[in-house]
Design a binder for this molecule. Sequence first.
Ligand SMILES: Nc1ncnc2c1ncn2[C@@H]1O[C@H](COP(=O)(O)OP(=O)(O)OP(=O)(O)O)[C@@H](O)[C@H]1O
Length: 239
Amino acid sequence: MSDAVLSETVLEISGLEFQWSKQSPVMHVDQLEVLAGERVFLKGASGSGKSTLLSLIGGVTTATTGRLAVLQKDLQSMSAKQRDRFRADHLGLIFQQFNLIPYLTALENVLLTGRFSKQRKISQKDAFTLLDELGIDSQLAEKQVFHLSIGQQQRVAAARVLAGKPQLIIADEPTSALDEETRDGYLDLLFHQCQSHGATLVFVSHDRTLASLFDREVNISDVVRWSNTSMNNEQGGAL
Ligand SMILES: Nc1ncnc2c1ncn2[C@@H]1O[C@H](COP(=O)(O)OP(=O)(O)OP(=O)(O)O)[C@@H](O)[C@H]1O
């Protein structure tokens, strides 16, 4: 049984500080916790730090201070290589840009996930099934993705992310390019897949009408604040 199944907490952040550069403002995240199986909607104004927070959770960037644990593993203490491996094995990142390889078929794109992580390698048969569950039949699955519609490409991208059952899915504005009907269908499929795989979902969107579909809504301004100094300097100043 994996650590994720034993653990109730999938994401745990405390006292985190991050700066894009030495001249940039300091981003502080005092406390944030996400439990296994939760669907969390993260909202906030443009520039408030949603994508920055997701890149920290995904281990793409690292904080200077504090604790950030995903599936009970402290990303802060990992090397860049270990974080890349951890991301490939356990996380699913969905972006507005699909990052599909256009000249490969939908099926080949889905099978790519297993090239980066042995534990997420799935058979061709399972890849067809996953695509089919996301509304991409076997005929479409064998087409190069540049022949598919935007909505279909979005679903192939979701299938690639869901392949091999990642425990935490991080989605950054994945529906902003979709019309209302395609968006609702896509969300239904994503929720269904997360539920049947027991995955946790952290989803960022500007579209507040989506919030009611989630278990919990988190306003970024309640968890993130920006300042010109790190906590150590602030405390030093207050003494
Ligand atoms: N790669 C980067 N290098 C330097 N600064 C960055 C970088 N990415 C974001 N920032 C800065 O970090 C702050 C937060 O940006 P971020 O992209 O996280 O906000 P956001 O809430 O996702 O915004 P949006 O809703 O517009 O996508 C902004 O001041 C932005 O200029």
